[in-house]
Design a binder for this molecule. Structure first.
Ligand SMILES: N[C@@H](CCC(=O)N[C@@H](CS)C(=O)NCC(=O)O)C(=O)O
Length: 205
């Protein structure tokens, strides 16, 4: 299987970390987003969204990182991160959807404003940051409360849910996420940092 990725992409990171953790071999194809390769016609023919990651398995192409994680985990036959049981799967999928729909848009805005804009010589838009922080607090409080007394999001062990949600915190420091009051999230991210595959997949600019 071939994975189109960029090392700075948190969306690619969650797939890369899971593949590494489950020892699933992937042929890695760099899409240089800093050179705009994602918007070139050759790549748009593969993924019309112009985004990474993208998985190719023979003539089957799959975009959306969470779908890719489920696919490669299922195909590997290793059920440690993606158990077979219906409710366990629904629980994992719930957190994956929640992160994409609610948490991710807020963390992305803070990364764009506080990290990428200054990186390109611009200034953060204070109104956008304020709005993102307010929504972030709403969803971070839910996650923090859920993690109180739990080591992992959906069970006694790490699953795809943890990899999916944790990736949204990949740029928490340069993105200036207001994390102080969320000690259960911070402790959980520290536990993620103990996982070799997770550490190795940390984004690189
Ligand atoms: N929902 C998608 C999001 C993919 C995405 O936003 N990828 C970013 C990199 S982190 C991208 O390729 N951006 C390129 C662009 O927007 O031009 C997924 O989870 O795979």
């Amino acid at each position: 299987m071939k994975l189109y990725y960029h090392p700075a992409s948190p969306n690619a990171r969650r797939v890369i970390a899971v593949a590494e953790h489950l020892r699933i071999p992937l042929e890695m194809k760099l899409v240089d987003m800093f050179k705009g390769e994602q918007d070139q016609p050759e790549y748009l023919r593969l993924n019309p969204n112009g985004m990474v990651p993208l998985l190719e398995d023979g003539d089957f192409r799959l975009f959306e990182s969470n779908a890719i994680m489920q696919y490669i985990a299922e195909k590997s036959g290793d059920t440690s991160l993606w158990p077979k049981e219906l409710k366990a799967r629904a629980d994992i999928t719930r957190w994956q959807f929640w992160a994409v729909a609610h948490l991710g848009p807020q963390t992305s805005k803070m990364v764009v404003e506080n990290m990428f804009k200054p990186f390109r010589g611009g200034q953060p838009d204070a109104a956008v940051v304020k709005d993102a922080e307010e929504s972030f607090h709403f969803f971070a409080a839910i996650l923090n409360h859920h993690l109180e007394g739990r080591a992992w999001l959906t069970g006694v062990d790490v699953t795809l849910a943890d990899f999916s949600v944790a990736t949204h915190f990949s740029y928490a420091i340069p993105g200036k996420f207001p994390m102080q009051e969320y000690k259960h999230i911070r402790a959980w991210l520290d536990r993620m940092d103990q996982i070799d595959a997770w550490k190795k997949s940390a984004p690189r600019m």
